[in-house]
Ligand binder design. Structure first.
Ligand SMILES: Cc1ncc(C[n+]2csc(CCOP(=O)(O)OP(=O)(O)O)c2C)c(N)n1
Ligand code: SF4
Ligand SMILES: [Mg+2]
Length: 247
């Protein structure tokens, strides 16, 4: 599988893929920047989950190789790709919290436990954005969703799941970190975390997991500015940013 083309840009200059104020767009941009800055455009394969993360398609189409996977199965598909492709292929998944922490929980746990040499970019916006705002595993206690109209009640549906902490119980992962998009300095740190996750693959190290705290103004029913406030006053308290492991 040898690539015979050469490109200079990792992201198309298009608009309209995401709702106004949604951080998916920012995350796609910084992934593209890191891919370009590290000279990895011709080596990258983006393995896309199902959800609003699917909209990455329009941005990377024709720029970076990609595979669209069934809901939750991105780590399994990435495993096959990484094992079969030349060693220097950069395989990363782009997944939401519904995709990665609900329907795909088994895939992510076992890929991490096997220490697959892939990078997982996990966007936590505490909701099923694409399908209209149902409760996700990461929905906060008391947070309203279409399936918890009175707010999430732990007695009924349990507590928010912390994917970084869960994966940190396994031995194999080499890099587990939680970053955020709520401020410009945090976005720069998120970009550095993506760079580190990609560098780990170049260096032949194991599984890297980057959780990026995000928002969903549309389904939270808040303006973009109020969504950031909600993140700072609520989501980031439940999901504090920080690196749990860096081997
Ligand atoms: C097998 C299967 N079950 C359910 C769905 C419906 N579905 C599409 S996206 C989605 C949730 C996406 O939420 P998340 O992964 O958090 O992404 P977001 O849109 O919030 O970025 C669901 C349940 C589906 N496409 N396939
Ligand atoms: S529905 Fe939510 S997660 Fe999806 S693009 Fe709109 S704001 Fe972003
Ligand atoms: Mg989500």
């Amino acid at each position: 599988m040898e690539k015979i083309y050469s490109r200079t840009k990792a992201v198309n200059q298009v608009s309209g893929g995401f709702c106004p104020g949604c951080f998916h767009g920012v995350i796609v941009k910084i992934i593209g920047e890191v891919t370009e800055e590290m000279g990895l455009i011709d080596k990258a394969v983006c393995v896309i989950g199902v959800g609003c993360c699917n909209n990455i398609y329009g941005y990377v189409k024709g720029k970076v190789d990609m595979v669209n996977t069934p809901h939750g199965r991105a780590p399994a598909v990435a495993t096959g790709l990484k094992r079969m492709a030349p060693q220097d292929t950069l395989v990363y998944t782009y997944q939401g919290d519904g995709d990665c922490a609900a329907i795909g929980l088994s895939e992510i746990i076992y890929a991490a436990n096997r220490g697959e040499k892939i990078t997982v970019i996990f966007v936590n916006n505490s909701t099923y954005g694409m399908t209209g705002g149902q409760m996700a595993p990461t929905t906060l206690i008391g947070q309203k969703s279409t399936t918890t109209p009175k707010g999430r009640d732990a007695d009924d549906v349990g507590y928010p799941m912390h994917m970084c902490e869960l994966l940190n119980t396994l031995r194999a992962p080499v890099f587990i970190t939680r970053v955020s998009c709520d401020t410009a300095p945090h976005i720069l740190k998120a970009k550095e975390a993506i760079r580190k996750g990609f560098q780990n693959q170049i260096d032949g190290k194991g599984f890297s997991f980057i959780e990026i705290m995000s928002s969903c103004p549309t389904n939270w029913g808040l303006s973009p500015v109020d969504s950031v406030k909600f993140m700072q006053e609520n989501t980031l308290k439940e999901f504090p940013i920080g690196t749990l492991r860096d081997n």
